[in-house]
Write a protein that binds this ligand. Structure first.
Ligand SMILES: *[C@@H]1O[C@H](CO)[C@@H](O)[C@H](O)[C@H]1NC(C)=O
Length: 135
């Protein structure tokens, strides 16, 4: 009888610890944002991303260079990263990751910087679904 009870407690403890681990995985997700410079040769891109809590500083991308960063998106939260993108062809500040728009859209969120503007790609998609054109 004592043996049965302790076995039950053991299973209960195991179940609870697994449920706890699952909750941690479900409540936040690792997101990666990447920019790629797709401008003609000899044109740099500068990217300056911020959130409410973080200033990720200015990064200069040479031709065909990339720049990326990672963060955890809380599934209960209102994560927002916005980035200033500056080129010889134009400049703008854009919402680059928002929980509302992107939680189901990408975990590796790719942006290409072109002469015309900044293009965002849905996960595993070869063609962009967001077009920010230079103002
Ligand atoms: C591009 O950036 C590099 C490194 O910051 C710099 O040395 C170079 O002069 C820049 N090129 C142009 C065309 O602005």
């Amino acid at each position: 009888m004592i043996y049965k009870t302790s076995l039950m407690i053991l299973f209960l403890a195991l179940f609870l610890s697994m449920a706890g681990a699952d909750t941690g995985v479900v409540l936040r997700r690792l997101i990666e944002v990447d920019f790629v410079n797709k401008l003609p040769p000899n044109h740099n891109v500068s990217v300056h991303c911020k959130s409410k809590d973080d200033d990720l500083e200015i990064h200069v991308l040479g031709p065909h260079q990339g720049y990326g960063f990672q963060f955890y998106d809380s599934l209960l939260g209102n994560t927002l990263f916005f980035c200033g993108v500056t080129t010889d062809f134009g400049h703008g500040v854009y919402d680059i990751y928002t929980h509302r728009r992107d939680a189901d859209r990408c975990t590796k969120c790719l942006w290409e910087v072109t002469q015309v503007g900044v293009y965002g790609f849905r996960k595993d998609s070869g063609s962009p679904d967001i077009y920010f054109r230079w103002a």
